[in-house]
Design a protein. Structure first.
Length: 328
């Protein structure tokens, strides 16, 4: 193992431990009050937004301990669509996520007037509150997504929703739904944050010509989503084999060149009409976000807001974003 590879492995381990280490560090929030398990507003009427990885800790605890937990700002039954916000936004979790990963994004969107919806999928355990989900068979997960979108569309009486997904949630699961389950007619804007498009070679370790097929066989019986997201898997070839996009949705990717999980990072970009590919380092080398901190970065969500409400789009400032941590 090279020094570079060792460093990336250590980085991944630290990323997994970071929510626990967050107990020892102060949270940096836009508003001082901490959220309750399902998110209450502060005295200013705004939900607090924590722009670093400590945003995950309350969610991990809430998902594990509180029945019916959902990310702050999401699943508000009283939220009303408006002419400026005419569609609900469905958040699609990343692999091992169950909603806690949206500790920054969900309240940020709610504070900006969006009706946010979130659900869990791909649970390989019998425990509905298990905090590590989105590991099941992606085809089944895509059917769960399709069913959930149908419920959200019926709830709001709309023909289409907007999707915002991270990693698997911005990649293969929603792409399967759009390509094969009618999603092309039901999605207006599809934003993938560090999307797992075209599979991953895990920094070259599991290329199709090396260990990729072996790891697919080892992982498939227990953690199907991990096996299916390896570059060259049968499902990856099927999803993208007839092109990256379908007529109908607007496609957006938000990508960091420092991604250590969805690799090579260029595989995250989409090719086709109606596609906007955003590289966070274009004009902003201070953005050092990688696969984890990208979702708790002010810059990422500035771009998301611009794409969901293009009539209100504003320049996204270049600010420092740290790997594994996020922005402050």
């Amino acid at each position: 193992m090279t020094v570079t590879t060792r460093g990336r492995v250590v980085g991944l381990l630290l990323g997994a431990l970071l929510p626990v280490l967050g107990l020892l560090a102060p949270a940096h929030a836009d508003e001082p009050p901490a959220p309750t398990p399902n998110g209450t507003t502060s005295s200013s009427g705004q939900l607090p937004v924590t722009w670093n990885a400590t945003a995950w800790l309350p969610g991990l605890l809430g998902r594990t301990l509180v029945p019916g937990w959902h990310p702050p700002g999401s699943n508000d039954p009283d939220c009303q669509l408006t002419p400026a916000r005419p569609r609900p936004v469905v958040l699609v979790n990343f692999t091992i996520g169950s909603g806690w990963e949206w500790g920054a994004g969900s309240p940020f969107l709610a504070n900006n007037g969006f009706c946010v919806r979130n659900f869990t999928y791909g649970n390989v355990t019998p425990l509905p509150n298990f905090p590590l989900q989105a590991l099941g068979d992606i085809e089944k997960s895509a059917r769960e997504l399709a069913a959930y979108v149908d419920r959200v569309r019926a709830e709001f009486g709309v023909a289409k929703v907007d999707l915002v997904g991270w990693s698997q949630g911005g990649g293969m699961t929603p792409h399967y739904y759009i390509n094969f389950l009618g999603g092309a007619d039901e999605v207006h804007t599809f934003i993938g944050i560090a999307p797992g498009n075209h599979g991953s070679d895990v920094n070259g370790v599991v290329r199709p010509t090396t260990l990729g097929p072996v790891w697919q066989l080892l992982l498939r019986p227990f953690l199907p989503a991990l096996a299916q997201q390896i570059t060259g898997s049968e499902l990856e070839r099927r999803i993208y084999g007839d092109g990256d996009t379908r007529p109908g949705p607007r496609y957006v990717t938000i990508v960091t060149q420092h991604d250590e999980i969805a690799t090579p990072y260029t595989s995250q970009f989409l090719d086709g009409p109606g596609v906007t590919n955003i590289l966070l380092q274009d004009g902003c080398p201070a953005d050092q976000s990688e696969h984890l901190s990208i979702g708790v970065s002010r810059r990422t969500w500035g771009f998301v807001l611009n794409e969901l409400a293009p009539a209100e789009a504003a320049p996204v400032p270049c600010i420092p974003v740290l790997p594994l941590w996020g922005s402050n």
